[in-house]
Design a protein around this ligand. Structure first.
Ligand code: DLL
Length: 434
């Protein structure tokens, strides 16, 4: 099933021809309208008319989050304010938010791409979409909302929070699709249990989870606890919001990135060199249809790989692998590179360990110390101390064997680690504040 079959299944040569045409138009637009891009292109000595093939993209400079911050709030907009109909922003960890603006055409494109994403996930008209992504400056809530309406499904605009009420509504309204962060879905599972509501008795069929990294083992945990098929959705506010890429229900093997609107590249984050398909590196995205704030070669900092292999669902658009994390989330513990998602995958594979964890990094006497706090289920926690000790040693050993990093595991009581209604905090790195 497709939402826009013609574009979702465009043969590669036609797709690339369309990308080139759109890229040329976009580059000409920003060169003429955005002083930042005019000077960036002048600096590398390229005029828009010199873009004659997709390979020429590599001659263009990167855009960084810092460039958006430097032009806060509207400096990179390529449309006059009279044409901007919506503004979103992402908070980031420090400083000013990153601001993005959408023209009516941008909002229409976003709605279509989210509708395509819903259909790829197996959602259709008649579905009742329980949308628990936050509504507000965050793009999750409104992005999914407009896509659901475009598709013609019934959307319940829940936003995050008031978890007990969410469970009641889900049950009484017969929600068939849940959209929220993966961590919030697990919080809901816990709240439902406390309310005496069994997910087996609900009508949920599909969950569309994203906005934060999550592992395949976390997917299994969620599917088991919520009794639905869990789909990975990717997006970022700088590029659009949710719906930049999504897994298809048929294959669940990578996320199709809507290539008629975005050109993906994978680069070596250190050298900036282009990497071949199948190699892991940083995802770089060029928007080719956006009017409000088009971006050339935006450095997402997200680590993944690309594949152009045909997919059994029939979509011709390339797929990105499940995100391993962000390059700026990567922890370097005594010289060893570790992504929180790798630790998550190990934890999720262990019986009795709950999907709630926190990594705390410290530096003592010039040595990095990693503590992994993880909840264990009630039954285990009230067990004998020696069993708990054996379990924490086992986890420490698995982490050491698989990732090569020494850590201290602290098993904690259920509900000790703060729950999140949006993006979960998985890491506290105390070295940064020293
Ligand atoms: O998180 C947009 C979104 C909303 C995506 C709802 C999916 C669902 P930002 O707040 O700008 O936008 O954060 C973007 O979140 O660069 C990734 O690091 C991370 N991220 C988003 N989706 C995934 C995912 C929204 N499926 C940043 N897996 C991105 C891993 C993800 N990380």
């Amino acid at each position: 099933m497709f939402y826009n079959e013609e574009f979702e299944t465009l043969p590669r040569p036609a797709l690339e021809a369309l990308q080139l045409k759109r890229l040329q138009t976009m580059v000409a637009r920003v060169y003429a309208r955005v002083p930042f891009y005019k000077s960036a292109l002048d600096k590398v000595g390229i005029k828009p008319a010199q873009i004659t093939s997709l390979a020429d993209l590599q001659k263009l400079p990167f855009t960084y989050k810092q460039d958006m911050r430097n032009s806060y709030p509207y400096g990179l907009f390529a449309a006059p304010m009279e044409e901007i109909v919506r503004i979103h922003a992402s908070s980031g960890t420090t400083g000013k938010p990153t601001v993005v603006g959408y023209t009516q055409k941008d909002i229409d494109t976003w709605a279509e791409l989210m509708a395509r994403s819903f259909v790829a996930a197996g959602v259709h008209k008649g579905d009742i979409i329980h949308n628990s992504y936050g509504y507000g400056l965050f793009t999750g809530g409104l992005g999914a909302h407009y896509g659901a309406e475009r598709l013609g499904a019934s959307v319940i605009p829940m936003s995050g929070g008031n978890t007990k009420k969410q469970i009641m509504i889900m049950k009484d309204f017969g929600s068939t699709v849940l959209t929220c962060t993966p961590s919030y879905s697990l919080y809901m599972a816990e709240a439902a249990r406390e309310e005496g509501v069994d997910f087996q008795s609900l009508s949920l069929r599909v969950g569309i989870f994203g906005a934060e990294p999550w592992s395949d083992s976390m997917r299994q945990e969620i599917e088991g606890k919520l009794n639905l098929s869990a789909i990975d959705i990717y997006g970022l506010s700088e590029i659009m919001g949710p719906g930049v890429a999504i897994e298809c229900l048929e294959a669940k093997q990578g996320l199709h990135i809507w290539e008629d609107h975005f050109i993906p590249e994978i680069i070596d984050p250190d050298s900036g060199a282009l990497l071949p398909a199948g190699t892991k590196g940083e995802l770089v995205i060029t928007t080719i249809t956006k009017e409000g704030i088009p971006l050339i070669r935006y450095r997402t900092r997200d680590i993944t790989s690309l594949t152009y292999e045909p997919c059994k669902c029939g979509r011709t658009h390339a797929r990105i692998a499940r995100m391993s994390g962000r390059s700026d989330d990567m922890l370097i513990i005594r010289g060893v590179n570790v992504f929180p998602s790798q630790i998550e995958a190990i934890l999720m594979g262990i019986e009795g360990v709950e999907p709630h964890y926190l990594l705390i990094v410290d530096r003592k006497e010039n040595l990095d110390i990693l503590e992994v706090q993880v909840e264990v289920d009630e039954r285990l926690f009230s067990d004998e101390v020696k069993h708990l000790q054996a379990l924490s040693q086992r986890i420490e050993k698995e982490i050491k064997d698989l990732l090569g990093v020494t850590c201290k595991v602290r098993l904690v009581e259920p509900k000790t680690i703060a729950r999140s209604e949006g993006k979960a905090t998985r890491v506290i790195d105390n070295r940064k504040v020293q």
